[in-house]
Design a protein around this ligand. Structure first.
Ligand code: ADP
Length: 532
């Protein structure tokens, strides 16, 4: 799609330079533009910040008629309209917070062949809920003025994605109702099962997929041991913010609203300038917090994942996860908000086993898929393979021989901090604890299992083997349990209670299998996981 010269090629080039003031395309942008101008359906897959918007904004200007852009968030649309207005590109949005007049005007642009509007931004529920909108859209089409549909954050169609929006399902009607109108989907989610699901839902199976590499060479990745107490976490965060990230801007992601508020308050007490951002703050407060961060009045925002789409700050120098993300896709999106300016930025995750269970019960309660969370755990437990490699494998990508260039903790750590432990004896002892607990009808949480295995807690479920503490620390013990879980030797067993969901641990099918066999299992762990 890039080598050929098209009748529109000269216009594309001059529009890029004169209107967007950009000298050259980034990878796959020109392919996306040429394919959609040729009338092909396509999905563009690029990491955050790569420049997806240009792929539909530029073609929108080349021909008479309208590009209808579907976007999930009003704030995202407002940002886009602002940046288009700065470039003197006429664009409009239509959403629940627009006034009646604004919506009327927007509706009229669909049927008015004199309008100068080139891009009309709408939320997906328009297609499901507004008859007027649909009938005007049909009129626009009949007049030959409907140029294309651009569907931003197109992974929102799929339940497998990390941001499922039920209203996106209705977009499946577009390819049938308007068969000649090209659809251009855009997303930063790369997994192939999400992509094929999206194609199925939009009725464009096998359409062109334009994907750039997801490797972000300027991002440094690191896992840190998460202290057991909130005070301990605050110590770590304080050190990071005061020394490592002095005078730099960043985001701290926390699991819950309560964590967010506690951490923000704790950091403020320690003299740091941080804001707090989550879904239960009103829109006005949220936008003020965002603004103060932009103006560097706040060094960092402590946020839930509600602080996400639409962040357009290029110089985010650090993204710290106080708690793991629910999937590797989520992690990559969230951490990917760092370093959009291409300069070095750091993505640090505080990991500890308890968080696994906090997140897994939430994932389970929301009918999510645990395999995806386990992918995240695999990333955290890894001590041997370059973190970029783990990510590439997760996204079924081959980043070739791309040198990490010492841009992850695994690649900068000398091998001597890693040690190998044999798991046979540990597994046998764990199996004994589980068996005893089952016989006594005691349900084991991960912590209870850990206690009994380390010969603590109720005597009647302890095993008779030696104290594992002689060979491994309790922290390594946590890693062993997490490892056995993602390998299927142990499994989580979820129980609903009136208040919440609890995850207990029992033997997985693989554990049954290896108990009697002469097996040899090895695991690599950190010799020392001191904060550094
Ligand atoms: P995405 O939607 O993929 O996260 P955006 O479309 O918001 O990314 O683009 C991110 C930034 O990159 C914007 O500031 C945009 O102007 C800029 N940009 C896009 N394409 C190019 C290009 N070819 N050259 C230079 N800057 C670009």
């Amino acid at each position: 799609w890039e080598g050929t010269s098209y009748e529109w090629s000269d216009d594309v080039k001059s529009t890029l330079e004169n209107i967007f003031k950009i000298k050259s395309f980034r990878p796959k942008q020109l392919s996306a533009i040429n394919s959609t101008l040729s009338g092909e359906h396509a999905i563009v897959v690029m990491p955050t910040g790569a420049g997806k918007s240009l792929c539909y904004q530029l073609p929108a200007l080349l021909r008479p008629g309208l590009t209808v852009v579907v976007s999930p968030l009003i704030s995202l649309m407002e940002d886009q309209i602002r940046s288009l207005t700065q470039k003197n590109i006429p664009a409009m949005l239509m959403c629940s917070t627009s006034s009646k007049d604004e919506n009327q005007t927007a509706l009229k642009t669909l049927t008015d062949d004199k309008t100068d509007i080139k891009l009309l931004y709408v939320t997906p529920e328009r297609f499901a809920k507004s008859k007027r909108f649909m009938s005007n859209l049909q009129k626009c089409h009949a007049a030959g003025r409907l140029q294309r549909f651009a569907i931003d954050e197109v992974h929102c169609c799929s339940q497998w994605g990390h941001d499922f929006r039920p209203d996106y399902k209705f977009l499946g009607i577009l390819s049938n109702m308007f068969p000649k109108v090209p659809i251009l989907g855009l997303t930063g989610t790369a997994t192939s099962h999400v992509l094929s699901d999206v194609q199925k839902i939009l009725n464009i199976p096998g359409c062109l997929v334009l994907k750039t590499t997801f490797n972000r060479p300027n991002l440094f990745y690191q896992i840190l041991e998460k202290p057991a107490t909130q005070e301990g976490c605050l110590d770590v965060l304080e050190k990071l913010l005061k020394y490592r990230y002095k005078d730099e801007s960043g985001i701290i992601y926390a699991h819950s609203i309560k964590d967010c508020e506690d951490l923000a308050q704790g950091l403020r007490k320690r003299g740091l300038r941080v804001g707090c951002y989550h879904a239960s703050l009103d829109a006005d407060t949220r936008s003020k917090v965002h603004q103060k961060w932009h103006e560097k009045i706040y060094q960092a925002i402590v946020a839930t994942v509600a602080f996400g789409m639409g962040i357009d700050k290029p110089d985010v120098r650090f993204v710290i996860h106080h708690s793991i993300s629910k999937t590797m896709e989520n992690y990559y999106q969230e951490s990917g908000r760092a370093g959009r300016d291409g300069l070095r930025a750091e993505c640090v995750t505080l990991y500890r086993m308890q968080d696994l269970f906090r997140v897994s019960t939430m994932v389970f309660s929301n009918n999510g898929h645990l395999e995806q969370l386990y992918g995240m755990i695999k990333y955290c437990l890894n001590v041997k393979v370059c973190r970029r490699q783990v990510v590439a494998e997760y996204f079924n990508e081959n980043w070739g021989n791309t040198d990490c260039n010492y841009m992850c903790d695994v690649c900068i750590h000398p091998n001597k901090i890693i040690r190998e432990i044999r798991l046979e004896e540990h597994i046998k002892n764990l199996a004994v604890v589980i068996e005893k607990a089952e016989k006594k009808e005691i349900k084991l949480t991960a912590l209870k299992l850990l206690d009994a295995w380390f010969l603590k807690g109720p005597v009647n479920i302890r095993h008779d083997g030696p104290d594992p503490g002689l060979k491994i620390s309790r922290l390594v013990g946590e890693d062993v349990i997490a490892y056995l879980l993602i390998k299927g030797y142990l499994v989580e067993d979820f129980h609903f209670t009136a208040m919440s969901t609890i995850s207990y641990i029992k033997c997985g099918p693989n554990m049954e299998m290896i108990k009697d066999e002469n097996f040899s299992l090895r695991m690599l762990v950190r010799k020392s996981s001191a904060f550094n």
